[in-house]
Design a binder for this molecule. Structure first.
Ligand SMILES: [Mn+2]
Length: 296
């Protein structure tokens, strides 16, 4: 099925690629993340096409190309390979890949071609309520609860932000590992400026990948997720984090995962679409010489 971002025709020379990845094979409770990419694209024509902060129209300045929403193979490895091939294709064509989940496992498929292109270690900024650092979950190694552990094994160096629940195993692993640092949501709230300074020094002069699980947001803002953990981040905090990362480092790709559309309202997928829009506006503005100093 072919849907496009903002409902506009694909740009001939697009700078941003939307890669729908409706993967849902390992979620363990309520189902629905497979509908995420479809619903995010479906709601996107209802956004304004003009960015009120950077005063530009991203579809004109940077341009979008949307890959078709396809059913993925039932074998997890085959499904991940297909997603990786899409990301590779986007990179080859010089587009910035934004993959839309689906369950968080899709991030593993996105990171592999990036590590191939940019080498190890690949820095990863990970926004999530959960560290996703289990070694194994419900008898499998590759799933949404282990994805960051697998990414570390692929060469990832992770800064996880917004964490507010975890298993003891994950706590102990993170405490010992030099490849991951967990920043609890309460620390974000205590001192946002200090966090922004840490993000700046993490990405400055370097490439990084961004993985955003919609459950990083407070469930009062984004209730359409599988595990709505209280005490989450709000829009302004996430936006400041993204702005600092994108303007201080070199973003090479991103994903927005775990959107689980609810029948009662469309807020979570709308916010996911808004994130894509704002990030594209930010990329377009950066291309024109925008910087953090000018943004603040
Ligand atoms: Mn999560």
């Amino acid at each position: 099925m072919k849907l496009t971002f903002l409902g506009l025709p694909d740009a001939e020379e697009a700078g941003v690629a939307l890669i729908p990845a409706p993967l849902e094979l390992t979620t363990c409770w309520k189902k629905g993340t497979w509908e995420g990419p479809f619903e995010i694209l479906k709601v996107s024509p209802h956004l304004e096409f003009f960015d009120e902060e950077f005063l530009l129209e991203p579809y004109k300045e940077i341009g979008f190309f949307t890959y078709p929403v396809e059913e993925l193979p039932y074998d997890i490895q085959d499904a991940l390979k297909l997603i990786s091939s899409r990301v590779e294709d986007a990179l080859k064509k010089g587009m910035f890949p934004i993959t839309l989940g689906g369950e968080h496992t899709v991030s593993l498929a996105c990171v592999k071609p990036l590590v191939k292109t940019y080498g190890r270690p690949l820095k990863v900024i990970h926004l999530d309520a959960h560290p996703d650092l289990r070694d194994e979950y419900l008898g499998t190694k590759v799933n949404h609860a282990t994805v960051m552990k697998r990414i570390i094994e692929e060469g990832g160096n992770i800064l996880s932000i917004g964490i507010r629940t975890m298993s003891k195993e994950e706590y102990l692993f993170a405490r010992e590992s030099s490849k991951v640092r967990l920043i609890p949501a309460r620390e974000v709230k205590k001192d946002l400026e200090e966090l922004l300074a840490e993000i700046k020094s993490f990405v400055e002069g370097d490439c990084f990948y961004l993985s955003l699980d919609m459950d990083v947001f407070d469930p009062s803002l984004c209730p359409g997720v599988g595990t709505p953990e209280p005490g989450g981040l709000f829009w302004e905090e996430v936006w400041e984090i993204l702005k600092t990362a994108f303007l201080c480092g070199t973003p090479v790709g991103m994903d927005i995962v775990e959107t689980m559309p609810l029948p009662s309202h469309h807020i979570t997928e709308y916010i996911a679409a808004r994130l894509i829009f704002k990030v594209s506006a930010l990329l377009a503005w950066k291309n024109k010489g925008g910087s953090l100093e000018k943004a603040n």
